[in-house]
Structures are given as structure tokens and as C-alpha cells.
Ligand binder design. Structure first.
Ligand SMILES: [Zn+2]
Length: 183
């Protein structure tokens, strides 16, 4: 038995905007009865507080039959979100300017370290020589997202497409990513 998570990430929210963007989403989830208003520790992995499921949590999922969901952790800080749903694949980044996949893992892993430490890392694409911020790179199967806003559902049954679209609707004009995984 492991724990599963499904994270909906706003790829474009800035550190400054993240709390302001998160609030209406949380308010809606609470109003719908999908989560409870007060986030508490113990409902997600680690100490990060999470909103316990509300009385109508099943509205968010495809099939509630086997569900015993835990909390929803809301991240409004610099965070590297990841997914391992397609186990065994190693993530490949591709340049958002020219679309070329980068096959020098060290180029992006060095940038990952810099971004984690400072929130800023530019990568020069080996194919088109454009300098592109790390968070703008695209990843195979949405494996990674370098972002400031994410909603992480712990041990929820599969979130429905409709629900994910409603969530994305609160973040107009922003790119979102869906990162499911298992630990
Ligand atoms: Zn390029």
C-alpha cells in the first residue's frame, strides 16, 4: 500500500499572486462541501497542513466507490511538483521555443538546483540557443512543474475531467498541469 496524490498546478502564478489566486479556489471547494475550511496537519504527507475532505468530496471524483480520501494541501510557495504516474520513464524537458527535447539531463538538473535555491534559472537551449527560464520548459507527460501554486489531493479517487476543468476555470489565461503520482 502506498499513498497516491494528484496535483493540479498553475504553471504561471507568480510567488506574489499565488495566495490571492488560491483563495477563491479554496472558497469554492469549501462552498461545494468538497473540503473543509480549516487546513490541519496530519491530512497530507508530512507536516504541510491540508483541508480534510468535506461531506460532498465525491463531487470531485470519477468513481467514489472505493474512496477514503485524505486532505488537500494547497501550496502557495516555490515548489517543484512532480509526477511518476508513468513509472519508469525519466522526464524529458523540451524547449518551449523550438520544441526540441533536451537529451543532456545535467543541463536541466543544474538549473533545477538553481531554481530550487533562488527561484530563478535560465537555460540556454542547445538546439536554438534561446535562453528560456526553467519554469517555461515543457515536460513529457507533465512530469515536472516549477511553480508557485498547486493543489495536492492525497489518496483521492481519480479526479474527474469536469472537476479539473472547473478548477482550471478559476485560473483564467494560465496554463495548468495535472500531476498524479504515487509514493
Ligand atoms: Zn530551443
Amino acid at each position: 500500500m502506498g499513498d497516491t496524490f494528484q496535483t493540479i498546478v498553475d504553471r504561471d502564478a507568480t510567488l506574489e499572486d499565488a495566495p490571492r489566486l488560491a483563495q477563491p479556489v479554496v472558497d469554492w471547494l469549501v462552498a461545494e462541501g468538497i473540503v473543509l475550511a480549516e487546513a490541519k496537519p496530519g491530512w497530507a504527507l508530512g507536516d504541510h497542513p491540508a483541508h480534510p475532505p468535506g461531506p460532498h468530496w465525491h463531487k470531485a471524483v470519477e468513481d467514489a466507490r472505493w474512496g477514503a480520501p485524505e486532505g488537500v494541501a494547497v501550496y502557495t510557495e516555490r515548489h517543484i511538483f512532480w509526477s511518476n504516474f508513468n513509472a519508469g520513464d525519466s522526464p524529458t524537458g523540451s524547449c518551449p521555443r523550438c520544441g526540441t527535447a533536451v537529451d543532456e539531463p545535467s543541463l536541466l538538473s543544474d538549473a533545477t538546483t538553481r531554481w530550487h535555491e533562488t527561484g530563478k534559472a535560465d537555460v540556454e537551449c542547445p538546439a536554438c540557443a534561446e535562453t528560456v527560464p526553467l519554469e517555461a520548459w515543457n515536460w513529457s507527460d507533465d512530469h515536472l512543474a516549477f511553480a508557485h501554486l498547486g493543489f495536492e489531493f492525497w489518496n483521492w479517487p481519480w479526479l474527474s475531467k469536469e472537476f479539473r476543468a472547473r478548477m482550471a476555470g478559476f485560473l483564467p489565461g494560465h496554463r495548468t498541469a495535472f500531476l498524479p503520482g504515487k509514493i
